[in-house]
Design a protein around this ligand. Structure first.
Ligand SMILES: C[S@@+](CC[C@H](N)C(=O)[O-])C[C@H]1O[C@@H](n2cnc3c(N)ncnc32)[C@H](O)[C@@H]1O
Length: 259
């Protein structure tokens, strides 16, 4: 399954990806990939293209940094971001049907995409196929069930995140990703936590946009009323005004190698 991000959602994600905490997550991905000048790398579900541009800088003019995505709005942002980088290529393509030859890449990144994919074995097998022997894979997924949030109404918070969970095609992936990677033929699988912590609810923080998105989603699914959605966000604003706002979610960075 693939999803389309409309222009507003694409712009909002682009803003959130510029926050220092998400920039640090991208740096963790880059470190995990250990790219060298001249290598060929691709980012699956590249979104607005930040990682492709950063990968293109590392592999340099003799390398190749490819971004694929299914959303026209995301592709436009990624093309704009990588404009002028001759080694960067942006394609419309689906992770489940990669338009690449076997063994085409030295390394692949796939961050925050698999939760939108139903057929995880097929996605992993496609990535395994297009990696060279010895090629490296870095995947990041978020554990939305483990959010730590200072909110007044625990029950309402649970309903918000239950709706968010239900909206994902493959929620709670981190718990099952290691065996799935091994089943797809990948080896040397390791995982580390990458926490995202916000102690204020300012517009320039990751959680501000995300939690507004969670409330909107829960509201549109009928899981909470309009008043409840407003009250939840107002409570978080009040916590912020009191200096008591606290948010943490864990992302998990999986590394694997094709033998
Ligand atoms: C939450 S965004 C993550 C963007 C980026 N990877 C990041 O971590 O910053 C998910 C992206 O995956 C794309 N996407 C969804 N389904 C896809 C599929 N089947 N194949 C390729 N891209 C897909 C979406 O259009 C979106 O840009």
């Amino acid at each position: 399954m693939s999803i389309q991000f409309d222009e507003k959602a694409a712009r909002s994600l682009e803003r959130s990806y510029q926050t220092p905490e998400i920039a640090a997550t991208r740096q963790s991905t880059l470190n995990a990939l250990g790219l060298q000048p001249g290598e060929h790398v691709a980012d699956m579900g590249c979104g607005p293209g930040f990682l492709v541009a950063e990968m293109a800088d590392v592999v340099g003019p003799h390398g190749r940094a490819v971004g694929i995505d299914t959303s026209a709005n995301m592709l436009a942002l990624a093309e704009n971001r990588t404009d002028g980088l001759a080694q960067a290529e942006i394609f419309e393509a689906d992770l489940l049907h990669l338009p690449f030859a076997d063994g085409e890449f030295d390394a692949l990144a796939c961050t925050q995409l698999l939760l939108f994919i139903k057929d995880i074995p097929r996605a992993l097998s496609e990535m395994h196929r297009v990696l060279k022997p010895g090629g490296r894979l870095a995947i990041i997924e978020t554990d939305w069930r483990g959010v730590v949030l200072n909110a007044e109404d625990d029950n309402l918070t649970r309903r918000m995140f239950a709706a968010w969970d239900a909206a994902a095609v493959s929620p709670n992936l981190p718990v099952s990703l290691k065996p799935a990677l091994l089943a797809a033929g990948l080896e040397n699988v390791s995982v580390e936590g990458v926490p995202i912590i916000n102690t204020d609810f300012g517009r320039d923080g990751f959680s501000s946009g995300m939690l507004r998105g969670v409330a909107k989603k829960a509201q549109s699914m009928g899981a909470v009323s309009d008043d409840e959605a407003t009250a939840w966000i107002d409570d978080l604003k009040a916590k912020d005004a009191d200096g008591a706002y606290f948010f943490c979610v864990n992302r998990f960075l999986f590394k694997a190698v094709k033998s």
